[in-house]
Design a protein around this ligand. Structure first.
Ligand SMILES: Nc1ncnc2c1ncn2[C@@H]1O[C@H](COP(=O)(O)OP(=O)(O)OP(=O)(O)O)[C@@H](O)[C@H]1O
Ligand SMILES: [Mg+2]
Length: 400
C-alpha cells in the first residue's frame, strides 16, 4: 500500500484533479485558437485566498503551451517588467534563434533564413516592445502568453509600463495573451487606476468556491485512482467539511489519506480526524494571514459581524460600534476588499471565508456552518463530529 498521498495541500500546488474550472479553461483555449481578439486573451482572475488562482494561472499556461505558445510567467512584485525584458524574453529569443540543432528540434519552426533576417531587424537596445515584436514574428502564428500572479499596485510602475506595451502589441494584432491573478481588492484597485484603463476591457473572472458534486470528485477520484477506497458516507463528510473551499479539499483529502495509509479503505474516523486538523490549519494558514493586514478598527468591525449569528445589517453594526456612516463605509469596503466579508444584499454583509466566524469566536463549534454555505443550498453543512473540534464549548447556542 502506498504512503504517497495523491493530494496537493498547500498554496500554488496543482491538484490531482482540477474541478469546476472547465468553462474557463475552454473559453481561454478558444480565445487562443480563434485568433480573433477574443476577450479572454486578456483575463483577470480574482478570488479569495486559497480559492485556486495560482493553480488556475498554471492551468491556463498549460493550455497555451499545448497550442505551441511560449509562456512567460512572473509575479507582480516591483521589478517584474525588467525581469521580463532582461531575463525571460532574451531567453525565449535565444531558444528560438539558438544553435541550429536546437532551433530545429526544440522550436522546429524558426528557419535559418528567418533568423538571419530578424536578428538585424531591431538592433539597438532591445525593449519590451522590440522583444515582443521579434518573438511574435519568429513564432509565426503562435504567440506569447504573459502571466502575472499576485497582482497588486505595489508594482504599479512596472504594471503601467507592461500594460502599455501589451496594449501596443494587441493593437498591432500581435499574437499575445495575458492572464493576471490577484485578490478581488487588488483587481479592483488595478481597474480603478487611470493609467491602467486598458485592463478594464479584460475578461474579469471570479474564481468561486466549488460545488458539492465537484468536491466529491476532487476528493474521491484521486483516492480511487491511487488505489484506495472510501465509502459514500465518509466521502460525503469529507466534502461537506470543505464547504466548497478548494484549499480545504486538498488538505482534508491529504490528512484523511495519511491517517492510516496502510489500510486499503479511508474510514469515517480518518475523515473526521482530518477535518478537525484541517480546521486548525485553516486558522494558522488562511485566517491569521488574512487578519494580519487589518487595522484594529477593521478587526473590531469584523468581530462585530462575526458576533451576529448570520448576516449583519450595516446600520445595526454602525449603531453597536458607534461609528459615523462614512467611516463605517470605509471599514466595510476594506473588509470586502480583503475578501473577509461579502455583500448579502444592499446594506447587509456576512462573513465570507468558511470557519472564520468560529475562528473569531476563539473557539470552534462542532456543527457550526457559515451563512454563506446556507445561502448556497446545494452545499450540505459541515459534518457533525462526535466531540467538539477545540475540545470545549460543545454546548454552544447554535448546536441543534
Ligand atoms: N479547482 C480545484 N480543484 C481542486 N483543488 C483545487 C482547485 N483549485 C485549487 N485547489 C487547491 O487549493 C489550494 C490553493 O490553491 P492556490 O494556491 O492556487 O490558491 P490561490 O488562490 O492562489 O491562493 P493565494 O491567494 O493565497 O495565492 C491548493 O492546494 C490547490 O491544489
Ligand atoms: Mg496564489
Amino acid at each position: 500500500m502506498s504512503n504517497d498521498s495523491p493530494f496537493r495541500a498547500g498554496f500554488g500546488k496543482t491538484p490531482p484533479v482540477l474541478v469546476g474550472r472547465d468553462a474557463l479553461l475552454r473559453d481561454f483555449g478558444d480565445a487562443i485558437d480563434l485568433g480573433s481578439w477574443g476577450q479572454e486573451r486578456v483575463t483577470l482572475l480574482e478570488g479569495l485566498r486559497g480559492v485556486g488562482k495560482t493553480v488556475m494561472v498554471n492551468a491556463l499556461e498549460d493550455v497555451a503551451r499545448g497550442r505551441g505558445w511560449v509562456v512567460v510567467s512572473e509575479t507582480a512584485t516591483p521589478g517584474f517588467a525588467a525581469r521580463i525584458s532582461e531575463s525571460h524574453l532574451p531567453r525565449v529569443l535565444r531558444d528560438l534563434t539558438g544553435p541550429p540543432e536546437r532551433r530545429v528540434t526544440a522550436a522546429g519552426f524558426a528557419g535559418a533564413s528567418v533568423t538571419t533576417q530578424l536578428v538585424g531587424k531591431n538592433d539597438g537596445v532591445p525593449t519590451l516592445r522590440t522583444q515582443i515584436a521579434d518573438i511574435t514574428d519568429l513564432l509565426d502564428g503562435r504567440g506569447i502568453l504573459f502571466t502575472l500572479d499576485e497582482i497588486s499596485l505595489a508594482a504599479r510602475e512596472d504594471l503601467e509600463h507592461f500594460v502599455a506595451e501589451l496594449q501596443h502589441a494587441i493593437r498591432q494584432d500581435r499574437e499575445v495573451a495575458f492572464v493576471g491573478a490577484g485578490l478581488g481588492s487588488a483587481i479592483t484597485d488595478l481597474l480603478a487606476a487611470r493609467s491602467l484603463t486598458f485592463l478594464r476591457r479584460a475578461s474579469r473572472q471570479l474564481l468561486d468556491f466549488l460545488d458539492y458534486e465537484d468536491v466529491l470528485t476532487a476528493i474521491g477520484k484521486p483516492i480511487r485512482d491511487a488505489g484506495r477506497s472510501i465509502d459514500d458516507r465518509s466521502l460525503a463528510d469529507a466534502a461537506a467539511g470543505t464547504q466548497g473551499y478548494p484549499f480545504l479539499a486538498q488538505l482534508i483529502g491529504d490528512l484523511a489519506w495519511r491517517a492510516n495509509p496502510q489500510n486499503p479503505e479511508i474510514s469515517l474516523a480518518d475523515v473526521h480526524g482530518a477535518y478537525r486538523k484541517a480546521r486548525r490549519t485553516m486558522g494558522s494558514h488562511i485566517l491569521e494571514p488574512s487578519l494580519r493586514d487589518l487595522s484594529n478598527t477593521d478587526r473590531t468591525v469584523l468581530a462585530a459581524i462575526a458576533a451576529s449569528p448570520g448576516p449583519a445589517k450595516v446600520a445595526d453594526l454602525r449603531r453597536t460600534l458607534g461609528v459615523e456612516p462614512r467611516y463605517m463605509g470605509v471599514y466595510r469596503q476594506r473588509l470586502l476588499d480583503a475578501g473577509l466579508i461579502y455583500p448579502v444584499r444592499h446594506g447587509v454583509v456576512d462573513i465570507a471565508l468558511p470557519y472564520l466566524r468560529e475562528y473569531l469566536h476563539e473557539h470552534v463549534v462542532s456543527d457550526a456552518t457559515t451563512e454563506r454555505a446556507r445561502r448556497r443550498q446545494a452545499f450540505p453543512p459541515p459534518p457533525a463530529l462526535p466531540d467538539a473540534v477545540s475540545g470545549e464549548h460543545s454546548g454552544d447556542a447554535e448546536a441543534p
